[in-house]
Design a protein around this ligand. Sequence first.
Ligand SMILES: Nc1ncnc2c1ncn2[C@@H]1O[C@H](COP(=O)(O)OP(=O)(O)OP(=O)(O)O)[C@@H](O)[C@H]1O
Ligand code: NI
Length: 326
Amino acid sequence: MMPMVELNNLSVTYKTKQRHVTAVDRVSLTIDERDSIGIVGESGSGKSTLAMAILRLLPEQAAEVTGEVQFNGTDLLSLNESELARLRWTELAVVFQKSMSALSPVHRIGVQMSDIYRMHETKVSKREARSRMVALLHMVNLPERVYDLYPHELSGGMMQRVAIALSLMHQPKLLILDEATTALDVVTQGQILDEMLELERKLGITRIMITHDMSVVASACNKVAVMYAGRIVETGLVKQVLTHPLHPYTQGLLRSIPSFTGEKENVRGIPGSIPDLALLPTGCIFASRCDHAVELCRQVNPDETLFQQGHRVACHLVGGELAHAH
Ligand SMILES: Nc1ncnc2c1ncn2[C@@H]1O[C@H](COP(=O)(O)OP(=O)(O)OP(=O)(O)O)[C@@H](O)[C@H]1O
Ligand code: NI
């Protein structure tokens, strides 16, 4: 299978006068066509920064980006603004938790959708645009009347459906969702995810899905990458990583979800918090919170080790020379 996205040693450092914060640290990752990869990790681990770097949405002065983002053979980091503009919406699209706050409160939803549509499809008449937008609304299970509503007249679930409809407008190949369904109730979230999966199958979309919810990954992704303090500590097929998590951080994340252990008494978070990203330790970034850490972990940053079927882990205690002490 041809990889669609290849991240090679991608790093992002936010630079202010006082501090340099490395929010993404030498991330390498391959995403194949039609993959749906969940990016998980606690707040502040760099998930959104990673997405923004891929989409080239970071402020150029404040955020230094190094490495490569190969997308179908083109390094997105080397494109100029007009080359990028051609890819946005048509090849790459994104839905944020609050995408709709970008819409004007004083214009009807449909008119704004049509305007955005006609920016790329300049030859389309207003009438044609309307019927195309109504078809899009139907695609995300919204009735035609939504076209004539104002943003404040929509519920949260309707908002996110409109945002998803907007992102699918030009049939992008890669869709990035950043906590796009997080704020919704469980039932609405489940419905939207089901609709997404069906649309993806129809349209052949590849998806990167940022979430802090492992159950969303379990139900809506085939691959997962676990981020901790800017690094990917474990990645692989969902069916493998969620059933046989190898990194102590992934194990901790899964332990904190009742439905994965089935034992309510065992539920606990991971004590401690993410280290200051301006002062990264020399050893493993997780060492200070890891129950199993040994001296080597505090001194040497572990390389990624490959297990089977692309299951990779960055931990000295897994598969490496110290594996038996684990
Ligand atoms: N514009 C910015 N300037 C400086 N630091 C930033 C900026 N944006 C994010 N950061 C820092 O980068 C780190 C990663 O943030 P990011 O938003 O990517 O994490 P996240 O995993 O998406 O978190 P969350 O789950 O809370 O959305 C954090 O330490 C954050 O404070
Ligand atoms: Ni985020």
